[in-house]
Design a protein around this ligand. Structure first.
Ligand SMILES: Nc1nc2c(ncn2[C@@H]2O[C@H](COP(=O)(O)OP(=O)(O)O)[C@@H](O)[C@H]2O)c(=O)[nH]1
Ligand SMILES: [Mg+2]
Ligand SMILES: [Zn+2]
Length: 351
């Protein structure tokens, strides 16, 4: 049984249903994932927990395993074991880096995905489009944050370049991640009961921003090598933190590769897909066929060539990943290969 003090306690870690589940087991949230297990928090204390046996089963879809942001039930043993993952209200996923196709969870139960890009050499509208494509369908809203606005760069020009690529209603904010005054506006996304995940390249300022939001230097920040703007990988695991604004923030390690999973809609490019539907030939390759609506839009300047190129890239990648995903699901439906469960494999999801 639980009472209102349990509810108040769990609110600190982002629980926001008006009631607690009718279950006698201990409820906590996964705040970090290490090589050797999980760290969970019940609203008053953090402790380590191991996943129950079924989560370690070989061949189990990794997205079914506990992930940072999950609310979980634990048993009452002296060595806490995660027995079950509660249904997720949102899930941000990418395909794992490397050869093997695997959907990998970045964070769950989040309201906002803060896509952080530095207004230095890191600034890249195509990568931001890639992030937004991954956020589509996650159940969370994207917020584009441009850091390093204090470094003498032309902020207005960068925002203008971005605005031609993003939907009119996309939230875009330029900040100095070190300056609380410019970061204050993020409180709107980080109030009580809210959870957000911070994503972006290494060196973009994720840890710096997290520290500013916390009001203390809790995350290690890395110096950026000035020649290529890429920071060192100083964050080694995703970690969920409670903020003074009442919300929760998940800091992620820099992700070098953001492969689509094959399940994306490409809503961001709905206008391009609508244009393509107007080409004279249904199988138009948008090369030099007569009556090509895409070529016409490129010629008139209505469609930006950079955006078109990025759409083609993401579209092809999505098709390829969707085919791989389908093949994988078919294989799984077939006879099961024999083999022992591999311990430890479940936690390997950092770059
Ligand atoms: N001037 C300035 N420097 C920043 C800003 N954000 C981050 N930095 C610096 O960029 C470097 C990388 O930041 P860090 O937070 O470690 O990046 P992370 O890899 O995304 O966690 C550090 O030296 C920060 O001090 C910003 O908005 N303005
Ligand atoms: Mg960091
Ligand atoms: Zn065409």
């Amino acid at each position: 049984m639980t009472d209102s003090s349990d509810l108040a306690r769990l609110r600190h870690i982002g629980w926001r249903d008006p009631a607690l589940p009718d279950d006698p087991r201990r409820l906590a949230r996964v705040v970090a994932q290490h090589r050797a297990g999980y760290e969970v928090h019940d609203g008053s204390v953090a402790f380590n927990a191991q996943p129950a046996g079924p989560f370690l089963k070989r061949g189990l879809d990794p997205s079914l395993r506990p992930a940072v942001g999950d609310f979980v039930f634990l048993d009452h043993a002296s060595h806490p074991v995660i027995e079950a993952v509660l249904p997720r209200r949102s899930v941000l996923t990418r395909a794992a880096a490397g050869e093997r196709y695997e959907r990998q969870i970045i964070a769950t139960n989040i309201d906002y995905v803060l896509v952080l890009t530095g207004l230095d050499g890191d600034f890249n509208p195509s990568r931001i489009e890639r992030y937004l494509t991954l956020v589509e369908g996650s159940g969370a809203h994207p917020v584009v944050l441009l850091s390093k606005a204090d470094t003498g760069v032309d902020v207005a020009a960068a925002i203008a370049a971005l605005e031609t690529r993003l939907p009119a209603d996309a939230a875009v904010h330029a900040i100095n991640a070190k300056d609380p005054a410019t970061v204050d506006l993020l409180a709107a996304y980080l109030g009580p009961g809210m959870s957000a995940v911070l994503v972006g390249s290494s060196g973009a300022g994720k840890s710096t921003l997290t520290n500013t939001l916390l009001g203390e230097e809790r995350m290690a920040t890395g110096a950026v090598r000035t020649n290529d703007s890429r920071g060192r990988h100083t964050t080694t695991h995703r970690a969920l933190l409670s903020l003074p604004t009442g919300g929760c923030l998940i800091d992620t390690p820099g992700m070098r590769e953001l492969k689509l999973t094959g399940e994306e809609n490409l809503d961001l490019f709905a206008d391009i897909e609508a244009l393509a539907a107007q080409c004279r030939f249904a199988d138009c390759s948008h090369g030099n066929e007569p009556g090509c609506a895409i070529q016409a839009a490129l010629a008139s300047g209505e469609l930006s060539p950079l955006r078109w190129r990025n759409y083609l890239k993401l579209h092809d990648e999505r098709e390829e990943q969707a085919a791989t995903l389908e093949a994988r699901l078919k294989r799984k439906a077939g006879p099961k290969p024999a083999g022992k469960p591999r311990r430890g494999d479940w936690s390997r999801n950092e770059d």
